[in-house]
Design a protein around this ligand. Structure first.
Ligand code: ATP
Ligand code: MG
Length: 261
């Protein structure tokens, strides 16, 4: 029997996800009464053929739900590494990380991916949209990894697209959108799962200043509605809009005391 192309299978799955059905399911809220993010002595070391790279060398961070944090620092200072850890894409080499009270440092790969799929939204500089899928299908992608009723998926996808101001573009493909609109789709995709935490790595890095301003205004609006944001940026204008900023230098927050090796 001829095998369908992976893309055709993916599109079919998205169609299924967007088709109305029964069985609504509630979105999980983070447990109350504890920090959303609690990182202590966070370190990440990468072994390479030239020796160990100490990308993150001891970072303490506590965040409550609803905060808006910016992370700044020179190239190579460990910003993306920190996002990777906060986003449960990897475990720390040393130190601890609790997300909503759950000890991420001790989790296996399967648990980590479940936590990611259910509770973390990612936004990247290059948007990372699939060009062959429509706006709605792209926003529905994170639901491929979740057990949720198609009716609820359709609803959440639609709500997220409307929230970022693209209700009139649901059936467009990425190539038919401006850079700013593509980033809005990526934001809708991160929002749609109603995550505990949205992590953005240089989200305005590929945008002109007008589109950047619009994206920043959208972040502020989302944050004022309770969305928790962590944004990595080189742009002081971005950081100026956040509630607080961490400056990294060589894998440590600026001014943090040197840790024992
Ligand atoms: N997988 C890896 N293996 C080895 N070294 C790595 C790896 N990922 C990152 N590094 C190194 O860790 C350090 C921190 O990298 P990171 O990507 O976190 O920096 P960054 O602050 O995000 O930089 P930029 O602003 O250029 O994106 C750098 O020296 C980098 O070369
Ligand atoms: Mg980076």
């Amino acid at each position: 029997m001829a095998q369908r192309a992976p893309l055709a299978a993916l599109r079919e799955l998205c169609q299924d996800l967007l088709r109305p059905a029964a069985l609504p399911q509630a979105a999980a809220e983070p447990p109350a009464g504890q920090p959303l993010v609690l990182a202590q002595g966070l370190c990440k070391f990468y072994p390479t053929q030239y020796g160990q790279v100490e990308a993150l060398r001891g970072l303490d961070l506590t965040m409550a739900g609803g905060e808006y944090l910016a992370i700044m620092g020179a190239s190579g200072s460990g910003k993306s590494t920190l996002l990777t850890l906060l986003g449960c894409l990897d475990r720390p080499s040393r130190g601890s990380y609790h997300l909503a009270g759950q000890d991420v440092s001790q989790m296996g790969d399967r648990e980590l991916s479940r936590l990611r799929a259910n509770h973390i939204g990612f936004i990247f500089q290059t948007f990372n949209l699939l060009p062959q899928l429509t706006v709605a299908e792209n926003v529905a992608l994170p639901f491929l990894y979740r057990q949720q009723s198609p009716e609820l998926v359709k609803n959440q996808v639609e709500q997220a697209i409307i929230r970022v101001g693209l209700g009139h573009r649901q059936d467009h493909r990425p190539a038919q959108l401006s850079g700013g609109e593509m980033q809005r789709v990526a934001i809708a995709r991160a929002l749609a799962i109603k995550p505990w935490l949205i992590l953005a790595d240089e989200p305005t890095g590929n945008l002109d200043s007008q589109n950047s301003q619009a994206i920043l205004a959208l972040f502020q609006e989302l944050n004022s509605q309770g969305v928790t944001l962590v944004v990595v940026t080189h742009d002081p204008q971005v950081a100026a809009r956040a509630g607080r900023t961490i400056h990294l230098l060589d894998g440590r927050p600026l001014g943090a005391p040197e840790q024992a090796p």
